[in-house]
Design a protein around this ligand. Structure first.
Ligand SMILES: Cc1ncc(COP(=O)(O)O)c(C=O)c1O
Length: 436
């Protein structure tokens, strides 16, 4: 299905227009307002119009889109953007992302796009190496941490139910043996959402107490697991979104495996600590788990969207995801890797190109440096904030997260959430930097 009017001069002119705009946008990252003040109403006035009856001039459409949308964009790639755990884009990853769009490969199967498949294989091996995970683990490049958690937990669901003779892909969950899901109180919201997608629901999650940094307490996990030997999945975390704290993965894996439970590690950003010799100790024991979720669009700084699910039991991963259709040209057993066997998507973007470009450019030392620089900047951030009267740093800054609240007066230590929110709103409004 080729697009009508896909002529070389039109494409060239449009891409030149976009290159020009990109230079301007990226040029503003250092000095421009980070946040936006525009209201939804103002944006709608510029963008909302009746669906056109007739074709429009593409250059005018792109020009209008830039003019109308730009006031509503936040400079998330700027060094002054500190919201959530959002990464920027390495120049090489952005370039590879443009290529990915221009090449427009549907990267589900090897046969129609061998290059996308092979690059993905290479990227999978590199990721396991840099994250310190077992070389035999399977993987999938998905849209983000949310879908990585979903994919890994689908593999877990298959595996633990198969051990009691239940094939969840064929038989579903109605009438299935009981499946326990155990997770820390401070798990990320995407774990619960993945459980919803998987038909496991959230009411039945057995919550394990955490310490003041959000780390699951191993002794509490042992208590919750008890002596039962039912199919069970334990969701651990590497990198609590507010504090950056990592569960004691070594202890959790030992306790959970003693009970034959599957351990999944949500390490959307935290797993990347393994790339740095200085911070690797934080994720010690991660390699003992059964599955992992992480993101490349966070700490690796590739453009959205790119998450990774990994699994120490490739046969369970594949069983949970694989799909067949007569019209597909699928690789024979032992043949080249078809991404569709490992991914929840059918048609999909060739995400591996950006990751390949980023990892090859940075190399092992470049990724380690990236992690170490971010962590040392976080410590510097916290140390400087501690010297400011009325600012209280609440977490142990072990990784890249700094959690603060604002007090009304340095002496009385009085604080309330409304005051903290007001300070943040004021900072955002200043445009100097942006924090969550
Ligand atoms: C610990 C953790 N898990 C999962 C996610 C979700 O990742 P994504 O936004 O890529 O879906 C996040 C995002 O902040 C996270 O911090």
């Amino acid at each position: 299905m080729r697009v009508a009017g896909h002529s070389a001069p039109v494409t060239e002119a449009l891409l030149d227009q976009v290159v020009q705009q990109t230079h301007e946008f990226l040029g503003a990252l250092d000095g421009g307002r980070v946040g936006t003040r525009v209201t939804a109403e103002e944006l709608r006035r510029q963008l909302d119009a009746p669906l056109p009856e007739q074709s429009q001039d593409p250059a005018a459409v792109i020009g209008d889109l830039i003019r109308a949308a730009q006031p509503g964009l936040t400079l998330m790639s700027s060094g002054r953007y500190f919201g959530f755990v959002i990464g920027g884009s390495l120049p090489v990853a952005l370039a590879a992302d443009w290529l990915t769009s221009a090449w427009d490969q549907n990267a589900g199967l090897f046969a129609p796009t061998p290059a996308a498949s092979v690059v993905e294989e290479v990227v999978g091996a590199w990721l396991k190496e840099i994250l310190g995970l077992p070389p035999h683990a399977s993987f999938a490049l998905v849209t983000g941490g949310q879908m990585a958690n979903f994919t890994a937990l689908a593999a877990a669901r298959h595996h633990v139910l198969a051990t009691v003779g239940w094939n969840v892909e064929r038989q579903g969950l109605i009438g299935a043996p009981r499946l326990r899901v155990i997770a820390g109180v401070k798990r990320h919201a995407t774990i619960d959402r993945a459980l919803r997608y998987l038909g496991l629901g959230t009411d039945g999650v057995e919550a394990v107490d955490t310490d003041d940094q959000g780390r699951m307490l191993p002794a509490a996990l042992a208590r919750v697991l008890g002596e039962e030997r039912e199919p069970a999945i334990v969701c651990a975390q590497a990198g609590e979104v507010n504090t950056g704290a990592v569960d004691d993965l070594q202890a959790i894996c030992t306790i959970a495996h003693r009970a034959d439970a599957w351990v999944h590690v949500d390490g959307a950003f935290g797993l990347w600590a393994a790339a740095s010799a200085r911070h690797r100790h934080l994720v010690a024991g991660a390699e003992l788990a059964d599955s992992w979720a992480t993101d490349c669009h966070k700490w690796l700084n590739v453009p959205y969207d790119c998450g990774v699910a990994l699994c120490a039991h490739p046969e369970s991963h594949r069983a949970a995801m694989t799909v067949h259709a007569e019209y597909l040209i699928q690789s024979p057993a032992g043949g080249p890797r078809d991404p569709v066997d490992w991914n929840p998507e059918f048609s999909r973007r060739a995400r591996a190109f950006t990751v390949y470009a980023a990892l090859r450019t940075l190399g092992r030392s470049g990724v380690a440096d990236l992690v170490e620089r971010c962590c040392s900047r976080a410590r510097q951030f916290a140390e400087s904030l501690r010297t400011v009267p009325g600012v209280e740093v609440l977490n142990d800054v072990v990784m890249n997260q700094v959690l603060v609240r604002f007090t009304r007066g340095a002496q009385d230590g009085e604080y309330d959430d409304a005051y903290t929110l007001a300070v943040i709103a004021h900072v955002q409004d200043s445009g100097v930097c942006w924090m969550g």
